[in-house]
Design a protein around this ligand. Structure first.
Ligand code: SAM
Length: 279
């Protein structure tokens, strides 16, 4: 792994407890201004995932310095794409990359572009390594961290060509909506990291979340929706349809996650926005 300052001791706040139950205080550690969009279900690996981690993490996983929680990133740390990849190339960042299906496929089929996967779920990162490691990909790196923090401080302003958010957790209950990854506060963070003219792509299989995303994006002044007049799926009983929907992004492969959603009758809704030039 890269030679960075040692990590601070792992934090023991409630949202890192290896429990699948949501605790009332989960994710509300007072060093984070907002509730996080995940519940950490433990990061212990076994068998092949552990093997993949041992073998490939030094090559692929950026050993970012932490501040408080073990999914935080010290705000003083800056990701240096040029030094990391040893070249200057287009940079695509996927946040919430899950098992890595989309980003590994993209990295394999676009060798001239560099890719950064940001994910909090270590078993997902290990599965990403299981795919990427044997392929010997040199244009992919992973960061195990809370994505909004990475967007806020780890990535330098205006350095990302594309930002991907595919199938973020829907957090259905109204009282959990504040935990959604895509919300008003994500917009300035996405706008911060994207270059002028850079693209923000999103997709979700939940129609109600798609309607929420459409509303968040509609008022995002830093972005221009590339398909403002295209209507998507109906989301109300009156048949009101989601506005500003993009055609399916050709670079987004059908992941096992999306496939399950399809089998359950849920079609994906895509969005494509372009960062308007900074004044
Ligand atoms: C429903 S899964 C979708 C995974 C993947 N994008 C796909 O399409 O298969 C959502 C993923 O986002 C991750 N996630 C949620 N909140 C996150 C955050 N704040 N930072 C990084 N990853 C996050 C979860 O751990 C999970 O792996």
């Amino acid at each position: 792994m890269s030679t960075l300052p040692p990590r601070t001791p792992a934090d023991t706040n409630a949202h890192h407890a290896p429990s699948t139950a949501m605790r009332p205080e989960a994710g509300t550690g007072n060093y984070r201004p907002e509730p996080v969009s995940f519940v950490r279900r433990g990061s212990r690996l076994q068998g092949r995932r552990q093997q993949a981690w041992d073998e490939y993490a030094p090559q692929f996983v950026i050993d970012v310095p932490r501040l408080e929680a073990d999914t935080s990133v010290d705000p003083a740390y800056l990701f240096d794409a040029k030094a990391t990849f040893g070249r200057e190339a287009k940079l695509v960042v996927e946040i919430g990359s899950g098992l890595g299906e989309a980003i590994v496929h993209a990295a394999r089929t676009n060798p001239d572009t560099d890719f950064l996967a940001v994910e909090v779920y270590r078993p997902g990162l290990a599965q990403t390594l299981q795919k990427a490691g044997p392929l010997g990909l040199t244009n992919l790196r992973l960061i195990e961290a809370n994505a909004p923090e990475v967007l806020a401080t780890t990535l330098s302003e205006g350095t990302v060509d594309e930002l991907w958010v595919f199938f973020p957790d829907p957090w259905h209950k109204t009282r959990h909506h504040k935990r959604r990854l895509v919300k008003d506060s994500l917009v300035p963070l996405a706008a911060r990291v994207l270059k002028d003219g850079g693209t923000w792509r999103l997709a979700t299989d939940w129609v109600e979340y798609a309607a929420h995303i459409a509303e968040v994006l509609r008022t995002a002044e830093q972005f221009e929706n590339q398909h403002p007049d295209t209507l998507g799926l109906p989301y109300t009983e009156d048949g009101e349809r989601i506005a500003g929907v993009a055609p399916r992004f050709a670079g987004r492969i059908l992941t096992s996650f999306e496939n399950k959603a399809r089998e359950a009758g849920r079609e994906a809704t895509d969005f494509e926005l372009v960062r308007t030039p900074r004044p």
